[in-house]
Structures are given as C-alpha cells and as structure tokens.
Design a protein around this ligand. Structure first.
Ligand SMILES: [Ca+2]
Ligand SMILES: [Ca+2]
Length: 226
C-alpha cells in the first residue's frame, strides 16, 4: 500500500520549474558584440573567416565570434574574454530560499591549419553587491582545445545559485597557446539559464489522490494501514 501511495504522489507531482535565458545576443546574430563586454576589446563577430575555420560557418544563424588575429585581435594577445553581467535581484525570493539554479553552455571551434593548442572555457561567477562586490562562488569548465572541423560543447551542469547572489557574471574565454601569435578559436551559441521553482503537487491531483486513498481505506480497512 505504501508503494502504491508513493507512486500516486509521484504521478500527481508536476515540475513547476521555470527556465529563463539570461544572456542577450547569445549567438551574435546582431552581427556585432552588442550586449557583450569585450574585456580585451578584441576579436570580431564574423560571417566568414579570413583564415578559414572549418566549417567556415556559424553553428547556428549567420554569425559567430572569432578571437583570431585575422579577425581583429592584436598578435600575441594572451586572452580574449567576452562577458555579460546580469542583475538577478528580480529572482531574490527564489534565490534566498535556495530554489534557484543555473546551467551554462557554449560551443567552440578551431582552425584546420592551426597546430597550436589554443583553448576555450566558460565561467559563471556569483556576486553579492554587483561585479565589484563580493565573489560568493564560481564555476568554470576545464580548458577545451577546440576541434578543427567540429563545434565542440562546453557545459556547466546544474549549479545552485548561492543565497545572497544579486549578480551573475558569465564569461567566455579564449586563450593563446603562448609562443604562438593568434588565438584561433571561434565561439557561438553561448547560454546561461536560470531555473526557479520546485516540483510541487498539483492541488487538483492531490484532492483526487486523497479521495482515492480514503475510498480504499473505506472498503479495505486493512489496506489503509500504511
Ligand atoms: Ca550564431
Ligand atoms: Ca594559435
């Protein structure tokens, strides 16, 4: 009987979880870096690479970001970082009761003729008091050496938003294999999702469940001893 009741509760439960994409211009489809802070002020949003990425095309849409010297970065630049700073104070109640979490994602591509080990990674930082305030915690992917000829995924799995967070910073970072001159890395389809809410029983389902249990208890008194 206990097993049946547990199953009934499971099936009467709905996933009352909302996902909100926090990034703007996440695939660079404005044709520029609108919405992004270019920490090094370098790189460029392109449709076709001078130096030929392979495939020489966006992962989705028409545009992608390139950190390559041929696309505007000064030779020898050790790192090109794009970031967005998102004020999440409108989610304060969910964050303060521990029911907010994030996932982050991005894709990187290398060049077919490039033999240096440039890398890409993504970072999510949680702040109290804005980006210049207290860093509460952060998550980062391991450095990825982009594949030549294939967009590869960087992924931060579900991470709880620390209580007191009012600002989340997302960074996509490309890094130079020191000793070489060009960061031959492209980025596209960056994403930062905020999830709020918990799995909660639907009131109507719960009433039907209660009626069912009471009916069973009425006709099968022994079965009600759970
Ligand atoms: Ca794109
Ligand atoms: Ca390189």
């Amino acid at each position: 009987m206990l097993r049946i009741l547990c199953l009934l509760i499971l099936f009467s439960t709905s996933q009352n979880i909302l996902a909100t994409e926090l990034l703007t211009n996440r695939g660079f489809e404005t044709g520029d870096t609108s919405g992004w802070i270019e920490d090094a002020g370098q790189g460029n949003v392109i449709t076709v690479s001078v130096n030929d990425f392979s495939p020489n095309a966006a992962l989705s849409g028409s545009f992608f970001f390139s950190a390559s010297v041929s696309d505007g970065t000064i030779g020898g630049t050790p790192e090109v970082s794009l970031s967005q700073e998102i004020n999440v104070s409108s989610f304060a109640s969910q964050i303060s009761n521990g029911s907010a979490s994030i996932t982050a994602q991005g894709f990187a591509l290398g060049k077919p003729v490039e033999n240096s080990l440039d890398t890409a990674h993504i970072v999510v930082e949680f702040y109290q008091g804005g980006r210049t305030g207290s860093l509460l915690s952060s998550q980062a992917t391991n450095p990825l050496i982009p594949e030549k000829g294939d967009w590869r995924e960087m992924n931060i799995s579900s991470t709880a938003v620390p209580i007191n967070t009012d600002t989340i910073v997302f960074r996509a970072v490309t890094s130079l294999d020191l000793g070489f001159s060009s960061i031959d890395v492209a980025l596209d389809d960056l994403s930062l999702n905020l999830f709020t809410g918990n799995a909660v029983p639907e009131p109507t389902s719960f009433i039907f469940l209660l009626m069912g249990v009471l009916t069973i208890a009425h006709f099968h008194p022994k079965a009600a001893k759970i």
